[in-house]
Write a protein that binds this ligand. Sequence first.
Ligand SMILES: Cc1cc2nc3c(=O)[nH]c(=O)nc-3n(C[C@H](O)[C@H](O)[C@H](O)COP(=O)(O)OP(=O)(O)OC[C@H]3O[C@@H](n4cnc5c(N)ncnc54)[C@H](O)[C@@H]3O)c2cc1C
Length: 433
Amino acid sequence: MGDPIGTGAAPRGTLIVGNCQAGVQLASSLRELGDTEPITLVGEEPHAPYQRPPLSKAFLKGEATADSLAFRSHDFYQTHRIELVTRERIVKITRDARGGEAVAESGRIFPFARLALTVGAVPRTIPLEGSELEGVHYLRDATEAAVLEQQLRQARNVVVIGGGFIGLEVAAGARASGKDVTVLEAAPRLIGRAVSEQTSAFYLQAHRRRGLNVVLNATVVRLVGEHDRVAGVELGDGSVVPADVVLIGVGVIPRTELAEQLGLLIDNGIVVDAQALASDGVTVAAGDCANMPNPSISDFGNGRLRLESVQNAVEQAKVAAATLLGIPAEHKTVPWFWSDQADLKLQIAGLNGGHDQVVLRGDPDSEKFSVLYYRAGTLIAADCINSPLDFMAVRNALHKGLSVPADAATDTSIPLKKLATEAPALSEKVTTP
Ligand SMILES: Cc1cc2nc3c(=O)[nH]c(=O)nc-3n(C[C@H](O)[C@H](O)[C@H](O)COP(=O)(O)OP(=O)(O)OC[C@H]3O[C@@H](n4cnc5c(N)ncnc54)[C@H](O)[C@@H]3O)c2cc1C
């Protein structure tokens, strides 16, 4: 194992499987931390590593391409002696404590001394009659986004199944470019897994004001086709919503197939500790594929979480890089996230899990306000809509272990940052970089 030319030499260097947000950060961090060993960054996509968030935003407006979204120039990888490999899908990995080898679908072999899995996630699919019809899409990568962008340009009626972040971003963009757009959400409210009823209710109203047709508690029965192309979506009440393009955005599932081969513990992703180490004690994992303890919720639930965000992928990758080099590091940052839906910028700081109080700061009708979440009287998170100063203030307060008294927070004449005070710590302090 790990000795393809039979010299008996131990394999050298780090193999990072998955060359996107977490993978690129991990490779860069290894070099920043002084690693001089070979680094191979391998991914199955045809493009150089690129940012995914604009795929549901600028990309669909024709304002970006995979090339323009690249994280780094080709020079960067050369200068930092990072071997960037595209179009190679790893299908098999074997390893022991000394190292191992990964085999690509093409047969190419990648030996390694250290292994990182930054393999991300894939869209959750739903077994719907008609899913195979032309015009039905999921959205995860630039190849899919390019096809969707072309089809949206020619579409008149667009249906989005799933009222989560990605679905609403695509729906809002299509609506802004003059399409008739319907969002079908199975739950009683939008973005229900991530935000409170107050934030959901705001987005429902705001999108309806912009002309989106939003159906809550929707039951999708099947996709109806005409000549192999989607023509509509049939609902439980027998009605058919016309559609030239359907986007299905109902969440993602972490990619765990390689981790399973390695016998690693899996539970909603690859289970890792606060150092990003998987259950074998030698492989690291980071990003959308990893389920890691999170200090922001150390007193809530089982204290661990699998997050799907850029900030999480970047921070976990930094920790994973340090761990591979034997440098003590721990994931300790305040989570944050953003979503751009039409002209509505949502920024979320902290995690609202287990909140027992919600405070509105500002007037939702002004489309510039914040929703603050408290647990046992302490601020734990905020959804800030077109309110970047509130977002920064909450993020900084959480970083410093501060809170904002709930009764004072409603006074928009006083900046939130001036209201931050010492709080009884809910959990150990978390830090931002
Ligand atoms: C449309 C869209 C919009 C988003 N918007 C936002 C946003 O506004 N804000 C935000 O914070 N986050 C957003 N996200 C989420 C964010 O992009 C992800 O959290 C982030 O990309 C996770 O990075 P990652 O490296 O863990 O996984 P990924 O970016 O998924 O990268 C994993 C890579 O590994 C490759 N891979 C997997 N298995 C193999 C294998 N066996 N062999 C070779 N290669 C493999 C995959 O092809 C992929 O390229 C968005 C995501 C999408 C899809």
